[in-house]
Design a protein around this ligand. Structure first.
Ligand SMILES: Cc1cc2nc3c(=O)[nH]c(=O)nc-3n(C[C@H](O)[C@H](O)[C@H](O)COP(=O)(O)OP(=O)(O)OC[C@H]3O[C@@H](n4cnc5c(N)ncnc54)[C@H](O)[C@@H]3O)c2cc1C
Length: 223
């Protein structure tokens, strides 16, 4: 179940082992990488976009006999009665805030700083979150962005001490807005952010906003 990199990798292995394999693609055939532009961090892969890579992975699995079912599985028990084995590779969705951010995928909004950071060279960027991942993202972005500001809900980080030190040791590189919530994104692409700072509205200019507020495994319905 799942036609992202994990599901297709599994399918390449099973079909090469001559096990009859069907990949159920779900609502997002190709998975999360379909949402991105150039993939820069896969060794051996240069100049390919996410959709191109996923097409190649799909063709590679098909070459060994994998069939693709463009369906979303909603009944695991039924699937298990039809097949000898089921591999779950449904991925996870980055947690979003539900403030219309999805409209800005690839237009200044991202949930993967390591993947997309290089597109923000010399730009003003914000990172939402106060955990390890958020600091990791903010740190990665300092290599490219002109300014990096973290938007943190509370008065302290939830991140590990060593990660917090990265921020406190580099106040010139990473600024923090405490007790702040992101309320809205403005512009055709990201142009400004509306913040709630301790109940007070503030609008700041920004060309990029990265969310690092966790992932939700796509397995909730199995419980
Ligand atoms: C904008 C963006 C850019 C990124 N850029 C990079 C990058 O440059 N480099 C990098 O290494 N990583 C990048 N990532 C992260 C990368 O996309 C993920 O790590 C990777 O896709 C995870 O693969 P996966 O197969 O586990 O899950 P996913 O890619 O999430 O795929 C899950 C699959 O499961 C399917 N599915 C879910 N539920 C069901 C169901 N009930 N029945 C059937 N199918 C189902 C979905 O339709 C989907 O096909 C990026 C992510 C995003 C969002």
């Amino acid at each position: 179940m799942g036609s992202g990199p994990a599901g297709l990798s599994a399918a390449i292995y099973t079909s090469r082992a001559q096990i009859e394999t069907v990949v159920y693609a779900g609502e997002e055939p190709g998975g999360q990488l379909m949402k991105t532009t150039e993939i820069e961090n896969y060794p051996g892969l240069m100049g390919k976009t996410g959709p191109e890579l996923m097409l190649t992975m799909t063709q590679q699995a098909q070459k060994f006999g994998t069939k693709i079912g463009y369906e979303t599985v909603i009944d695991l028990a039924k699937l298990r009665s039809e097949y000898e084995g089921v591999i779950l590779a449904m991925g996870a969705h980055p947690r979003l805030l539900g403030i219309g951010e999805e409209k800005y995928w690839g237009k200044g909004f991202s949930t993967c700083a390591v993947c997309d950071g290089a597109f923000y060279r010399g730009k003003e960027v914000y990172v939402v979150g106060g955990g390890d991942a958020a600091i990791e993202d903010a740190w990665a972005l300092t290599k490219f962005a002109s300014h990096v500001t973290m938007i943190v809900r509370g008065t302290e980080f939830r991140a590990s001490k060593i990660m917090q030190k990265r921020v406190s040791d580099n106040p010139d590189k990473i600024k923090v807005k405490w007790k702040t919530n992101l309320k809205a994104i403005n512009g055709e692409k990201v142009e400004s952010l509306v913040l709630d700072v301790e109940g007070r509205e503030e609008v700041v200019e920004a060309q990029g906003v990265f969310f690092a507020i966790g992932h939700i495994p796509a397995t909730g319905w199995l419980k």
